[in-house]
Design a protein around this ligand. Sequence first.
Ligand code: UT7
Length: 329
Amino acid sequence: MTSAPARHSRIAGTGSYLPPRRLSNADLVRQLAAQGIETSDEWIVERTGIRARHFVDAGVNASDLAVQAARHALEAAGCRAEDVDLIIVATSTPDMVFPSTAAIVQRKLGVHGCPVFDVQAVCSGFVYALTVADAMIRTGSASAALVIGAEVFSRILDFKDRGTCVLFGDGAGAVVLRAGDRPGIVATDLHADGRHVDILCVPGTVSGGQVLGDPLLRMDGQAVFKLAVGVLEDSARTVLGKAGRDTAQVDWLIPHQANIRIMQATARKLKLPAERLVVTVDAHGNTSAASIPLALDVAVRDGRIRPGHTVLLQGVGGGFTWGSVLVDF
Ligand code: UT7
């Protein structure tokens, strides 16, 4: 008796979208100064590597950014929206309490019928969503998945808190993940440690028709920084171990784009040369679940990532959550 050939998932196309309103550090410094908040381009660049970010205008939601990114990914994959049989949106800034942003994206794409849901793992959301989509494809529950990271963090920033409001931006990135007879996604590794819920959170909620508690982003930056550097190295080694590969076989490292110092520290620990690090945090800021697919799309479209390359995607963020996905292109 011959067994059925193994089923795998492959990234067939990538896409991204940034809202047009771009704020350089100088723009933000001016805006904050008008409210009596002091910061500087020098501080932001030196501590984070961020030089600019994009913010949505009023009335633009995560689903609007997600749909644009999804359309670009579908076009790159040569896939019609009608052919997609799974939509997952990773977001912490959904359009509504419910239904899922994925359901709204499905409607805006003009399709219906396939399963759709959101994944809430903050800045690790995209690696979580990709891992779930990969598992669903390998087990035969889906054949062509849209996996999207989309965020409007500008909506949850406290512009009186200079320790956080200079860090984040809005945007979306997407991939089409298709079933294939070879990987594709080679290995995945996900983790969380709920003991650290409080170090990065938006602690408020809605109740009885009112906002209850604090609806803005709160972060203990130093605690997040220390945890992030340690877990990213561990997760990289774990996912490479699962795949039977070593760091020398990684062509591109795409970590969550939060802080250039965290990214460079991870690359150094893995002995990966800085040239193999894809960096978009300078131009996008921290776009949470959108940061990895945005950076991936930039590096695919500018020709750095080519067929045959191996890419290590790494997320880390609120929860505390973290994880890695190793992908052959
Ligand atoms: O997306 C999820 C993952 N998130 C992250 O990975 C974020 C991780 N954390 C970080 O990236 C860094 O901790 C930050 C960039 C948030 C902060 O950098 P830091 O080197 O840890 O600075 P700090 O919080 O220790 O603050 C140093 C100083 C403080 O002043 P004093 O107390 O030394 O006088 C802050 O008040 O910098 C001050 N400061 C600022 N100064 C000018 C904080 N924010 C600003 C600002 N402009 N925007």
